[in-house]
Design a protein around this ligand. Structure first.
Ligand code: GRF
Length: 196
């Protein structure tokens, strides 16, 4: 049984979808939900789902990324995860942290990578006049939003879409894609999954 730790920064809707998927004959189970924000509402949702939680406030560390990550590593390593899932986790991780989990750390990004790495992906898609958008699950490497792609889901951009209406449509796709990719990944299957 693979042990999965999930890192969040906010509401954790992707975390909830992942936790809810890991039941029955699924080869993985959630062992920890950790956040860089002790007030993240996703922590309460994780506890309601019976998953252990941990939080390390990144703000007191300021620019000391290494110090923050050392503190965050304590509860993560104590949970002995086989797989790390970043899900709405909004901190850039140092290469040292990434190296420790390379090949077994996933992230979901709200664009069809390699288009629109970084922030404000929906606004950029709308401003570019794209007719489709979506989300990508990829392995996390030292380069931001650039690791091997494990899955993508496409959604239409509708005329009159705002950043919020597009984000909401993509989020629904995220909640389908991430659990499907995690299951395959936990079974050792790294073939990219492409959802319409
Ligand atoms: C969402 O915009 C999602 O695209 C990105 O992080 C944001 C919050 O996700 N991955 P969540 O609801 O905290 O999972």
């Amino acid at each position: 049984m693979k042990r999965v730790a999930i890192l969040i920064s906010g509401g954790g809707s992707n975390m909830v979808a992942l936790v809810r998927s890991m039941t029955g004959d699924h080869p993985a189970r959630p062992v920890l939900v950790a956040s860089n924000d002790p007030a993240a509402s996703g922590l309460t949702r994780a506890r309601d789902l019976g998953v252990a939680t941990a939080a390390v406030d990144h703000r007191p560390y300021g620019a000391d990324r290494e110090g923050f990550e050392a503190a965050l590593l304590d509860p993560i390593l104590a949970a002995r995860p086989d797989i790390l899932c970043l899900a709405g986790f909004m901190r850039v991780l140092t290469p040292d942290f990434v190296k420790r989990f390379e090949g077994r750390m996933l992230n979901i990004h709200p664009s069809l990578l390699p288009k629109y790495p970084g922030l404000h992906t929906h606004r950029r898609a709308i401003e570019a006049g794209d007719t489709e958008a979506g989300c990508t699950v990829h392995e996390v490497t030292a380069e931001l939003d650039a690791g091997p792609i494990l899955g993508q889901a496409r959604v239409p951009v509708e005329p009159g879409d705002s950043e919020d209406t597009l984000a909401a449509r993509v989020l629904v796709a995220e909640h389908r894609l991430y659990p499907a990719v995690l299951r395959r990944f936990a079974e050792g299957d790294r073939r990219p999954l492409l959802l319409g």
